[in-house]
Ligand binder design. Structure first.
Ligand SMILES: C[S@@+](CC[C@H](N)C(=O)[O-])C[C@H]1O[C@@H](n2cnc3c(N)ncnc32)[C@H](O)[C@@H]1O
Length: 247
């Protein structure tokens, strides 16, 4: 399953769901507030910008935003909302693609670092973020906490959401540290539509080590965008890494 195949024209068409899911104001507003605060007076670079779910409202706040994105159809969807002059996007892999300019903030949200399927690529992604940042600049990652505690020996799958029209389950390959998310959506005809995505899951401490390898220090970690404590029960985290001001 290559990322380009997953994020095709059909996925791009279906991605935006204004007002629901990841587009609910209660989800999006704290994200944009926090990113705007972290960008300060500088510019922001979004790795895997997608259809601009976060970049468009952040740019509307006055933060200059540039994007890197692998999928042309996702960027075409973004272009229905913002033109190239407003939000420039470089097509390429976030682990290696260099965008022009320097930034006070690079951000990579909605679990997307896990779309890189090897540890080496994930470390490269940190190095690529560092390459774009000014001293004191920040790299922000939003990621889920792997649900390994739900996986007794011999069991390979966990169900993480069940609604009347949706079932979400993950299948694990713990040797390779991979998980495939299976999203089953049911319509009125009772037919299920299946969408699957492969990920390499990362424990927060492994993420911190990747950051260290790229020269970052962990500034803070919270359980959500509003600054909730990160605890043993947190299902997600927002981690802020900083380039030291003195080497
Ligand atoms: C879950 S969407 C997130 C989009 C956007 N950041 C958001 O929060 O709505 C994942 C995006 O990552 C992109 N992507 C996956 N692997 C990538 C890579 N290696 N480099 C750049 N973009 C990538 C996909 O094409 C897709 O647009």
């Amino acid at each position: 399953m290559r990322q380009e195949k997953i994020w095709d024209a059909d996925a791009a068409q279906r991605y935006d769901t204004p007002g629901t899911g990841m587009f609910v104001p209660g989800t999006l507003e704290p994200t944009v507030d926090r990113l705007a605060q972290l960008a300060g007076d500088g510019a922001a670079l979004e790795f895997a910008i997608g259809t601009g779910r976060v970049a468009v409202p952040l740019a509307e706040r006055g933060v200059p935003v540039t994007g890197v994105e692998l999928s042309v159809p996702m960027v075409e969807q973004l272009r229905t909302k913002a033109d190239e002059a407003t939000i420039p996007v470089i097509i390429g892999d976030m682990a290696t693609t260099v965008a022009p300019g320097t930034y006070s903030l690079v951000y990579l949200v909605y679990n997307t670092i896990s779309n890189l399927l090897t540890q080496a690529e994930q470390v490269e992604c940190f190095r690529n973020a560092a390459r774009h940042l000014t001293p004191g600049g920040r790299f922000v990652i939003e990621l889920w906490v792997p649900e390994l505690r739900k996986l007794p020996p011999g069991q390979k799958a966990t169900v993480w959401r069940t609604d009347s029209d949706y079932i979400g389950l993950d299948t694990y390959d713990v040797l390779r540290q991979h998980v495939v998310s299976h999203h089953f959506r049911y319509d009125e005809t009772e037919q299920a539509r299946l969408y699957r995505s492969p990920h390499r899951y990362i424990w927060p401490t492994e993420l911190d080590l990747m950051a260290q390898l790229a020269g970052f220090e962990l500034e803070c970690r919270h359980g959500d965008w509003s600054g909730a404590d990160f605890t043993a029960e947190s299902r997600n985290h927002v981690s802020v890494y900083r380039v030291p001001t003195t080497p």
